[in-house]
Write a protein that binds this ligand. Structure first.
Ligand code: FRU
Length: 326
């Protein structure tokens, strides 16, 4: 098959510094490797909005067949996605959204629902003061906005619970430390901390530890990765009380992108399932995820073996051609 015949999928990834995005990339790559007709290019914007806009501009001028994008922030990426749609290239928005509806489809878990689930978890498990600190993701990114929306909706409905303070984080652990320490020193009477992801939840726990409050406060995160220091491990070791699973959807993204390319009917909103992970099910979920990881490893190993055989076949073919000259 000639390179030119392939279906070109351009994936504009927001950054690849954390394990969640690394998993997203590896699962979209595995899906692509199973389909020889697909030419997948991943551009990493390094959390730089201008770079992400340029990456998408490049996909448009290279006339890729489909664009997949996980926008760093909603507003600044809206125009370039619209430009792609105008140029006739369908766009699948994953995980984080742009503004408005001018894209082909969205794929990701329901982030408003994730906020609500976290709030309901706290309400049904609380035995203390009902005082909560919320730590949000980066300003301007849709999961941060939506997780807050769902969370505050449910907490505000209940009279016994209160979001005492909100810390504006940026998805990374470092952003949590100083403001949380200052807050805890002023007001140590906090029962729960809900952080918009597990990296910030871990950082919140570490910060609470520096002031001796890590066993008094309960911590809830989001993501639930099955990695070293991932949510599942943090739940099992008792650092987190719970985490809400936020699937990356890497493989589903490629499947949907191909449906879009083939002009098959798809829903505009494609919602991935979520679940609370806590002491009750962390082990079971870990086992399930281990199995999936093992299968992925088998696939990767087989893909590697096939590539080696292809190379050998090609070089033997060359030899045959060479010999046929004589
Ligand atoms: C990964 C991440 C996740 C979070 C998601 C929100 O980069 O920060 O931890 O759930 O992005 O878009």
């Amino acid at each position: 098959q000639k390179q030119g015949d392939k279906i070109k999928v351009g994936f504009s990834q927001a950054m690849t510094t954390d394990d969640w995005r690394k998993q997203m990339n590896s699962s979209i790559k595995i899906e692509a490797s199973l389909r020889p007709e697909v030419d997948l290019k991943i551009s990493d914007a390094n959390n730089n909005i201008n770079k992400q806009i340029e990456d998408i501009e490049r996909f448009i001028s290279n006339k890729v067949d489909v664009i997949v994008v996980s926008p760093i922030q909603s507003k600044p990426l809206t125009a370039v996605v619209e430009k792609s749609i105008k140029a006739g290239i369908p766009v699948l928005v994953v995980d984080r959204k742009i503004e408005g509806e001018n894209y082909t489809a969205y794929l990701g878990a329901d982030n408003i629902e994730i906020g609500r689930i976290a709030a309901r978890y706290i309400i049904s498990h609380s035995k203390g003061s009902g005082k909560i600190i919320e730590i949000t993701g980066a300003n301007g990114s849709s999961p941060a906005y939506e997780r807050s929306l769902g969370f505050s909706q449910i907490i505000n409905e209940s009279k016994l619970f209160k979001i005492e303070n909100t810390i504006q984080g940026d998805w990374e652990g470092e952003s949590v430390k100083e403001p949380l320490k200052a807050l805890l020193l002023r007001n140590p009477n906090v029962e729960y901390i809900f952080a918009h992801n597990d990296r910030m939840a871990l950082s919140a726990w570490e910060t609470a530890k520096t002031v001796g409050l890590e066993n008094k406060i309960k911590f809830i995160g989001v993501d639930g990765l099955n990695t070293v220091n991932g949510g599942i491990e943090l739940v099992k070791s008792g650092v987190l009380d719970g985490t809400i699973l936020y699937p990356t959807g890497g493989n589903e993204a490629l499947k949907l992108a191909l449906k879009m390319y083939n002009k098959e009917p798809i829903s505009k909103n494609n919602i991935l399932n979520t679940i609370v992970i806590d002491q009750n099910n962390a082990e079971i979920i870990e086992n399930q995820m281990d199995k999936v990881d093992q299968q992925q490893l088998v696939i990767e190993t087989q893909q590697g073996a096939i590539k080696v055989q292809e190379k050998e076949y090609a070089s033997q073919n060359n030899l045959v051609r060479l010999l046929s000259f004589f």
